[in-house]
Design a binder for this molecule. Structure first.
Ligand code: GLN
Length: 179
């Protein structure tokens, strides 16, 4: 299976190494034609306003918006596949609020609770927060009682950065769902 990683901005090489460790081939996505043979797309963190502009200018926005390509969005990527005050792809029925915890200095690490597992190192960098989820959206990760990860169909949104850890739990979970 070929997995695309949006390579316009953000933690591209880190996601690439996770996907390769999980045994898949990676294609870096910069133009609409790059999307042709991939089975899923990872949208990395970065800065959602910048990512939105780069996606629009490259022509990728329209194609992704109109496709059913499964997406894993982390941090800024999660903002773009959820629903917020600014334009998004709305692939997952969840309200997500950017920069919820404050500025860069308010970035933090906290243990995440995952189903079937007691902990996962959660790295939150100027993270957004999931404010609410729809009835078809399934929560998969929590910090205290707050949802920090969810899936709807083959789309997954995480407010943290699993690619900055050595733990492939979330990448493998998403990739498993694509088979
Ligand atoms: N705060 C950024 C935004 O609003 C997201 C930060 C990140 O992706 N690490 O887009």
């Amino acid at each position: 299976m070929d997995i695309g990683i949006l390579a316009l901005q953000g933690a591209v090489s880190e996601h690439k190494s996770c996907v390769e460790k999980a045994g898949m081939n990676v294609i870096e996505i910069r133009t609409p034609s790059d999307l042709q043979h991939i089975s899923g797309l990872i949208m990395p963190g970065g800065e959602s306003t910048t990512l939105r502009n780069l996606l629009k200018n490259s022509g990728l926005w329209k194609v992704i918006d109109e496709s059913d390509l499964p997406i894993m969005g982390t941090c800024a990527g999660a903002i773009l596949i959820g629903k917020g005050v600014n334009e998004t792809f709305s692939k997952i029925d969840m309200e997500i609020d950017r920069n919820y915890y404050g500025r860069q200095k308010d970035s933090f690490e906290k243990n995440i609770l995952v189903e079937n597992k007691n902990k996962f190192k959660g790295i939150f960098i100027r993270a957004p927060a999931i404010i609410s989820i729809g009835t078809k959206t399934k929560p998969i990760a929590w910090v205290d009682d707050n949802i920090v990860g969810c899936i709807e169909g083959k789309n997954m949104a995480l407010t943290f950065h699993p690619e900055l850890t050595d733990d492939l739990t979330f990448h493998e979970l998403w990739l498993e769902g694509l088979k």
